[in-house]
Design a protein around this ligand. Sequence first.
Ligand code: GLC
Length: 575
Amino acid sequence: MTVHQDLRRPDASTDAVPDLDETTRRPGTTAEWWRSAVIYQIYPRSFSDSSGDGIGDLPGITARLGALDALGVDAIWLSPFMTSPQKDAGYDVTDYCDVDPIFGTLSDFDALLARAHSLGIRVIVDLVPNHSSDQHEWFQQALTAAPGSPERARYIFREGKGPEGQEPPNNWQSIFGGPAWTRITEADGTPGQWYLHLFDSSQPDFDWSQEEVKQEFRRILRFWLDRGVDGFRVDVAHGLVKDQDFPDYTPDADAASMGGEATPAPYFEQSAVHEVYRDWRLVLEEYAGDRALCGEAWVSSVEKAALWVRPDEMHQTFNFQYLEASWDAQQLRGVINDSLRAFTAVGAPSTWVLSNHDVVRHATRLALTGENPQGTGIGPDYPGLPDRETGLARARAATALMLALPGSAYIYQGEELGLDEVHDLPDEARQDPTWFRTAGERYGRDGCRVPLPWAADADDFGFTAGGTPWLPQPERWRGLARDVQQADPDSTLSLYRRMLSLRSEHDLGLGELNWLGGRSEQVLMFSNQDVVVLANTGTSSVPLPTGHEVLLASSALEGDEVPGDCTVWLRRHAG
Ligand code: GLC
């Protein structure tokens, strides 16, 4: 018997809320639900506000879970709602085992989980292990403790360079802009050591070579697993371990990025980081109920991404190569092939994703004509803003392609409404630390985080019970409100519902992709189970294959022609 089996807690999953068993699981999903699940990302502060403070909250989510049930998702991923000063919208945690008062209480979380499980929807929560908030008890203790103390050892404190230690220990830049080191003042008032923060100065990085840090995160995992969560999305999963020599490093591009350089930065993709997830996998396996880990690791190839999902590591990792591909048949074909090959080789499902809270919404991004490095965002002055119609047509077609692929797919809240990026937010409304740390040079990610429109005729489109939304919603979203789209069979929402229902009916998530050739360079065509998919990424129309019934089309067909920027799902006529 291995050590982790000794630690097994047989009843842990049944303590607080019902686990998802065969009777509540959505039809067609297997025990290893994460292999094929459609997972809907909720960004809690922008989903639905029940308290009236203008910021979304957990009871707001619980009250609206029916809408996600109707949409047909298998699981939700909640971006962080733990106690936090919200310097980086919750990705700066002070207490990993409690709920921030702006989002509610632990009982509110339990109620959300119970309601989701009663609907057959699994719940994964966001875990932020690379860094804490500077308000975290440990960091506050580190500030008052002496250099070299065990309190400092939990974070990455170093002496500065130069005769007075006045220069940072190396040249690393923060992903959000500016230096990645901040100097502290020691308890006696003298200028002191420097601490590392790959992100904002309010987000000090933990030192993952320390056993105490490892133990603490095992405790945090068990806290949420005991409450009944189905898994974790792991923030900056490629960043926890740093090259212990702390060599200088200058990224290829001007701005520091989340990763993905061919030669990784000395703070990303260090091989020892995988030990952390092997250890976590053992923790998850102490529990019944098929819990899963999904890594956020920005790396340069799907082969590298597959390193995170080897059999003894995580279950899933985000496929950012897919997200970063252009709306171009040849590019997409390449990344789909590479992904299926690389993930299958390690026995893991590929994931697919087009939008999240860090990137320009794909209803805008897929029609941008200029450069748009990840995390930079776009503002009112962006050259070549796309027309919305093209953006939306491409987004619908791209999602119809994505949801027909075997594996697990992620949907970001609002994309089912066809929401575009709010590039025209007033400067004074912006809140992303990127905006402040680059003195407005990079807009950051606020444009994809604007609160959802629920009801066209309600104040603030029904997002908040009386407050002022934390980011202003554009008037143009009135026509995109959920209630308007619900009643319209041609709406983006109706398309998403149909796609999810057909995907489940035909078991596409567990199917196999077979390319069907013979079409033009601008077309992708394949079969998965008994469904034939044709995606036309070009601008001119192509003939619809004969002898097929049309199951769905992402935009109106032109007689027997599939227009440009359109994906269709077909089924062969019997006989
Ligand atoms: C991840 C999150 C992002 C956050 C950063 C720092 O990339 O997705 O929103 O700002 O990590 O935690």
